[in-house]
Design a protein around this ligand. Structure first.
Ligand code: THU
Length: 128
């Protein structure tokens, strides 16, 4: 499939502009596309208790579930310059849960599958 990554980067960049990041001053935006063609987005939301900060991906996953669920097919995160950013370790686990091994992730090194971004992942199958 010839996916329009620019459109997803634009959605993530737009979300990043709403970030609440007064402590790190490192705004992040995240955007994903779902199997039914929806776009879901999120921005990071920090807290005076630093460890409570919510990553942009947390907001995006909340929107995914709230807006009807489904699976993620494509994902990108961006920094304050709108440049592609790799998701943190915890957020890779969130992406795994809702996208699985085939989720396509835009990285600085091009498009990668989620099972390249989080190899040998722990997931729901391990609980069976
Ligand atoms: N951050 C995200 O929102 N997502 C990531 O994948 C990496 C880090 C945020 C958390 C914090 O608000 C700021 O970036 C600096 O770490």
């Amino acid at each position: 499939m010839n996916f329009d990554w620019d459109q997803l980067v634009d959605a993530a960049t737009k979300a990043m502009r709403n970030a609440y990041a007064p402590y790190s001053k490192f705004p992040v935006g995240a955007a994903g596309r779902t199997t039914d063609g929806r776009f879901v987005t999120g921005c990071n939301v920090e807290n005076a208790a630093y460890g409570v900060a919510l990553c942009a991906e947390c907001g995006m996953i909340s929107q995914l579930v709230l807006s009807g669920g489904g699976r993620l097919t494509h994902f990108v995160a961006v920094n304050g310059e709108g440049e592609v950013l790799m998701p943190c370790g915890r957020c890779r686990q969130l992406l795994w849960e809702h996208g699985g091994p085939e989720l396509e992730v835009l990285t600085k090194a091009g498009v990668k599958r989620m099972d390249e971004v989080l190899p040998d992942a722990f997931g729901a199958d391990d609980l069976a």
